[in-house]
Write a protein that binds this ligand. Sequence first.
Ligand code: CTP
Ligand code: MN
Ligand code: MN
Ligand code: MN
Length: 366
Amino acid sequence: LFQWDYELMFSVPSYACQRRTTLENHNAVLTDALSLLAENAELSDQEGRGVAFRRAAAVLKALPGPVTGLTQLRGLPCLGEHSLRVIKDILENGASDEVESTRQSEHFKALKVLTGIFGVGPKTAERWIREGIHSLIQLRESGHTLNRAQQAGLLHYDDLNRPVTRAEADAITEVVVRAVVAVAPGAEVTLTGGFRRGKLTGHDVDFLITHPEEGREEGLMSKVVSWLRSQGFLLYEKTTRNSYLESTEGPARPASNMDRFERCLTIFKLDEDQRPGSEETKLWRAVRVDLVVSPISQFAFALLGWTGSKLFERELRRWAGHEKAMSLSSHALYDNNQSRYHRATSEEEIFAHLGLEFVPPSERNA
Ligand code: CTP
Ligand code: MN
Ligand code: MN
Ligand code: MN
């Protein structure tokens, strides 16, 4: 056929926040491979390598068609030597030995199983693996004392590792709205995270809660959580209070990328219709739900920060810092040249301050 027809050169801007990345991915085989290497690096305390693989995968996600030859990638940003080698192997041999051996490795599989427990991070998992613990059974038999989050994570392991559907996210939205209306009429609930970007499934459901009158959001979280608890919707909850005002580093530059809003990590008990023909007697499932409360003055920044994707957020901050000498957080945008904050009441205004074209949530799937 007309091979040369496909020898199109692609061109994409360097930062993921300059690109429109929908859920339509023409290079899923390649991006899955690079994402697996990214995940392995992140689980192995190699954040820099992880980001490099994530950036490379994001470039391929943004391409308008499938890559068929390496020559098409000439001049594209973020494709390092290592990522290009993986892409080459897959294009030429259908698979990458490095990716397949990582996927099959006992160490990677054990890290996945153990960090699949809510409340278990890579460091804890690594420590357990060094003791020979590779499975949930071995963990249960080890006699290790688990904290409250980990106990809940182990108890609801299967449910929490089953993707949450859009229908389930909608059902949970109804419950959260009922809770908020009951305790604070006038307060507003917004679905954020992957579902706001149009994803059909997610690992959890994320909500941002605010009140149109500044200050009226104070005390909201504990009331919402009490209501949910009293109605039997919560299997687990842990609230972290707002630490933004106590920050000494300045609002836009928290010590980590973590923001300082009052937040509650929960596990919801969601009633489920029994699947037809199913023998199961359990009529509910566990779902991870994140609740965040923001004052209205910071709402646009919180919304932008909690909509993701994680790489898109990281790229926005990198753009702000490297290209504009600004510091962006989920609370504020500080301009280091003008030594002042930029106000914003919408995401559109934040993109405009940053000198970026507005990218709607459905195109932030980098
Ligand atoms: N986030 C954050 N601080 C955290 C956790 C998450 O700012 N401690 C932000 C992330 O940057 C992301 C958003 O919250 O933008 C949602 O995070 P998460 O639920 O982990 O990811 P999703 O994109 O929603 O993906 P999934 O569907 O797997 O939940
Ligand atoms: Mn999410
Ligand atoms: Mn989340
Ligand atoms: Mn401005």
